[in-house]
Design a protein around this ligand. Structure first.
Ligand code: SAH
Length: 459
């Protein structure tokens, strides 16, 4: 079928984007993947490799730029690779994400009609991340640099001011660098496993303005830490300073041990009316503004009036559970990571919510077990699974429990579509689907979906 040879020149109009950010276009029904293009670009490209029905080509020239093409704001957007959509204007990014959800639900889910509400975008799609982890290294001239690993490599691209992160990050990094230079502290080198200073973790409570710095080190202690603490304390909002010990040869950023240098060991933030304590090792949603919108929609779809029993599966640190607990009679959360459940229980106490109970375990094991043994009941079930979606044993038990409503929060609309189909074939009707852009400039999109039970008897 493919009559193209390597280095042949092709003219393509880009119509879509792949899961990894390449532009997709067609010539005579043959599909091409071309990096560094955006939807609507007309390009000339050189053939690199072909398979049976698709091929890869290298961009040579944009002959007609897309009307939605913009100059990336960040000077290292290309090499860094963290923001695959920066060359597309934000409105088009949102349309692209909405179309991706719709296409998955129709193609994979087999639905002919999708009751979609407009995607929830950000008013200001920059500086939304409350967490950043910057690796340190040396450039080829031996100067200390800090930044990000270039896409899929461990080459550091110098960048002290990521435009997705907090403004304060730059000042934190500047002060750490000055400290390293003053006391001759070497950055960690992966090849030789030498050097002290590994990643710097910075977190900010967007509501409270509280800042946390945790310096990861390949050693037992951080020399002259008092001076570093004093320097960092000049930054407004600085609340917690610590170091983390990671002496392993590993890609994992944080080790298990945190030594406190200043403050209570955590910062506080809130989503809606719920407060959270965030320590260096705990999980917390990285885009708090959009999390509030996404979980707000989940809460609205749950339709609680105060008397309901709700199960929140894949509950993590209980963000959704605690949101729901404010309006429900009882909430049960299930999560596989024990540490997350400890945080969830702590957060429940912190907010004085005593109508939540958490289980550690797999949703597909805990729920069937509780249903068979204890005949647990649910008016509403909320799920927020990882990318692979829900296990069939979990969905099967949901169907048996027959809640009035299922609210599905998803970070991958392909598996969402698959699971929606399963539920729709067993008595549930899709009432609402809504996208939420948690990662502006990036490829991922979250979806929240309401399914309502239409069958009155369970068969
Ligand atoms: N709503 C949560 C985040 C959900 S992310 C919060 O706000 O914290 C998905 C979660 O599912 C992760 O915490 C992950 O640890 C958990 N998980 C993954 N597989 C699981 C399984 N089989 N059963 C239960 N939880 C699981």
């Amino acid at each position: 079928m493919a009559e193209w040879k390597k280095n042949d020149r092709i003219e393509v109009v880009i119509e879509d984007m792949s899961e990894t950010g390449e532009g997709i276009g067609k010539t005579d029904g043959f599909t091409w993947f071309i990096k560094d293009t955006v939807i609507g670009d007309k390009v000339q490209a050189k053939v690199m490799k072909t398979k049976k029905s698709y091929g890869f080509a290298k961009l040579e020239r944009i002959t007609e730029p897309s009307v939605n093409r913009v100059t990336p704001k960040c000077p290292v957007a290309g090499p860094c690779g963290g923001c695959q959509l920066q060359a597309m204007d934000y409105e088009e990014q949102l349309r692209y994400k909405e179309r991706k959800i719709y296409n998955n639900i129709t193609r994979i889910g087999g639905f002919s009609e999708v009751p979609m509400l407009p995607i929830m975008g950000m008013d200001e799609p920059w500086r939304y991340r409350n967490k950043a982890q910057f690796p340190w290294g040396l450039d080829k001239d031996g100067n200390i640099i800090v930044g990000f690993y270039a896409g899929r490599t461990h080459i550091i691209i110098g960048c002290e001011d990521c435009l997705l992160g907090a403004e304060e990050n730059r000042e934190v990094l500047r002060r750490i660098k000055a400290h390293m230079e003053r006391y001759h502290l070497m950055p960690y080198d992966e090849a030789t496993h030498k050097g002290l200073i590994r990643h710097t973790l910075i977190r900010k409570g967007f509501r409270t303005g509280e800042l946390m710095v945790c310096q990861v080190i390949n050693g037992k202690s951080l020399p002259h830490s008092e001076e570093l603490v004093n320097s960092l304390l000049e930054i407004p909002g600085m609340t917690s300073i610590s170091f983390n010990i990671n002496k392993d040869r590993t890609n994992v950023i944080l080790g298990d041990r945190v030594e406190n240098l200043y403050g209570p060991g955590y910062i506080t933030d809130s989503i809606g009316d719920v407060k959270y304590r965030i320590s260096p090792l705990s999980f917390y949603q990285v885009n708090p503004v959009q999390t509030e919108k996404l979980y707000g929609a989940a809460l609205e779809y749950a339709g609680l009036t105060g008397g309901e029993t709700v199960w929140d599966l894949y509950c993590g640190i209980g963000t959704i559970s605690l949101f729901l607990a404010q309006k429900a009679k009882k909430v049960y959360g299930v999560e596989i990571v024990p540490q997350a459940i400890e945080d969830a229980r702590e957060n429940a106490r912190l907010n004085g919510l005593d109508n939540v109970e958490f289980f550690v375990g797999k949703a597909e094991e805990v729920l069937p077990e509780q249903y068979e043994k204890n005949h647990v009941y649910a008016d509403v079930i909320v799920v927020d699974p990882p990318r692979k979606g829900c296990d069939e044993a979990c969905l099967n038990t949901i169907v048996k429990m027959a809640p009035k409503r299922v609210v599905y929060v998803s970070c991958d609309s392909a598996t969402l579509a698959r699971d929606m189909k399963y539920l729709a074939e067993r008595g549930y009707k899709v009432e609402k689907v809504r996208g939420c852009d948690m990662f502006p400039q990036g490829l991922h999109v979250e979806t929240v979906c309401l399914l309502e039970r239409v069958k009155s008897d369970v068969s």
